[in-house]
Each structure stands twice: as structure tokens, then as C-alpha cells.
Design a protein around this ligand. Structure first.
Ligand code: SAM
Length: 213
């Protein structure tokens, strides 16, 4: 998802430093202090326009959420939504997921969400997929030993690739669903892409995975 450049997007973020954190590496190891509590911290990589994360933050006030999105034109929408919702337990970073280790200390995060990440179907782009082993290494570092990754996608090819990637990395798989919306799952918060694809009748794949058994 890449929107046209929106003039003033960066200024808008700078004017809301309590929502879009401009210097995340300064908070490495100290995010609890920024949230002013010891609640678990969940991170969504490639958060897009923030619908999922803000929905989750409203449902779970006892959890802190951080969304990471590299395009400021996209994140601007998340910022607007966040201002409307007035949730204090959600923050955003206008950053690249590849730099995660600059932002979080080892074990500081309790869960990582990967939702409808770009599939990069060409083999030569494999390293860009957010479920590639290079990214798994980063998630492993920042997650606490019992931490989980929750993954959703509409893309069957990416789902198959990711299951293989998780299992080759030695991760354990849980609650695998090949048709999430028919699985009877409760409390599912839909992302923008999930809404768009499921409206078209496409099935949604989901799994949870951990570095521990
Ligand atoms: N998660 C949202 C959803 O489900 O509606 C957005 C899905 S969209 C297909 C993927 C988003 O991930 C895009 O906004 C893209 O800019 C972002 N993204 C992809 N790779 C990224 C990276 N390495 N760092 C930060 N954001 C990334």
C-alpha cells in the first residue's frame, strides 16, 4: 500500500509526538516508561492505516500496541484515526521493520502481528517478505521467550511459504485456519485489507507461531 505523497504528512506527525514516536531508538528497553505502565506490548509490522491496531487497543486497554509503517502517507491515516479514538495505549512508528533491533531491547515485546503483508511473489524478492527468515531472526530477538507471532493473509501462496519458513526456522505452529471467517473464531478484529478481501468472498488464512514449543 503506497499512497501518493501527501504534503504536510510529516509535519502532522511531528505535531503529534505522543502518537507517532519520532525517535524510537531512544525508547529501546524503556517502552513501559513511555506508556506509563507495565502492560504487555504488542507490535504490528506493516500496520498500514491502523484500523486493526486501534480496534485492538479499544478492545484491550490492558495491552500496549505499537504499529510500524514505512510510508508516511499511509501512516497519516492511522494518526488521524488514533486522534479520533483518543486511545492512550497505541503508538505508531514511521519506520522500516528491518530496523526493529534499533527500537526494541531483547525480549521487550510480547506479541508480533503480521497482517496482509505484501506477498512479493517473485523468488528474487523473497528477502522482502516479512515472514522471511531474516525477519524471523529480528522477531525472535525482540520477543520474550513465550512471545507469539499472529499472522493473517488472503494470499494462499504467501501462507504456504510462511508456514514453511516458520517450520524451517524450528518454530511451533498453533491454531492454523484455512478459512478464518468460517472457523467460528471470536474477537477477530478485521484489518483494512481483510475487510476488502473478505467482501470479495476471498478466504482468510491465519496461524499463530512461537519460537518455543
Ligand atoms: N496490515 C494492513 C492491513 O492488513 O490492512 C496493511 C497491509 S498492506 C498490504 C502492507 C503494509 O505494510 C503497507 O502499508 C506497507 O507500506 C507496509 N510495509 C511493508 N513492508 C514494510 C517494512 N519493511 N517496514 C514497514 N512497513 C512495511
Amino acid at each position: 500500500m503506497r499512497l501518493r505523497n501527501i504534503p504536510g504528512a510529516k509535519d502532522e506527525m511531528n505535531q503529534n509526538p505522543n502518537i507517532v514516536i519520532s525517535n524510537p531508538s531512544q525508547h529501546k528497553g524503556n517502552w513501559s516508561k513511555l506508556f506509563n505502565n507495565d502492560h504487555p506490548i504488542h507490535v504490528e509490522v506493516g500496520t498500514g492505516k491502523g484500523q486493526f491496531l486501534i480496534g485492538m487497543s479499544m478492545l484491550n486497554p490492558e495491552i500496549n500496541y505499537i504499529g510500524i509503517e514505512k510510508y508516511e502517507s499511509v501512516l497519516l491515516r492511522a494518526l488521524e484515526r488514533s486522534k479520533e479514538s483518543e486511545q492512550e495505549n497505541v503508538k505508531f512508528l514511521n519506520e522500516d521493520v528491518g530496523n526493529l533491533l534499533d527500537f526494541f531491547a531483547p525480549g521487550e515485546i510480547d506479541r508480533v502481528f503480521i497482517n496482509f503483508t505484501d506477498p512479493w511473489p517473485k523468488n528474487r524478492h523473497e528477502k522482502r517478505r516479512l515472514t522471511y527468515k531474516g525477519f524471523l531472526k529480528l522477531y525472535e530477538e525482540i520477543l520474550n521467550p513465550e512471545g507469539e507471532i499472529h499472522f493473517k493473509t488472503d494470499n494462499q501462496g504467501l501462507f504456504e511459504y510462511s508456514l514453511e519458513s516458520f517450520s524451517r526456522y524450528g518454530m511451533s505452529l498453533h491454531n492454523v485456519s484455512l478459512d478464518l471467517h468460517k472457523s467460528g473464531i471470536e474477537g477477530n478484529v478485521m484489518t483494512e485489507y481483510e475487510e476488502r478481501f473478505s467482501r470479495k468472498g476471498m478466504r482468510i488464512y491465519r496461524c499463530e507461531t512461537k519460537f518455543s514449543p
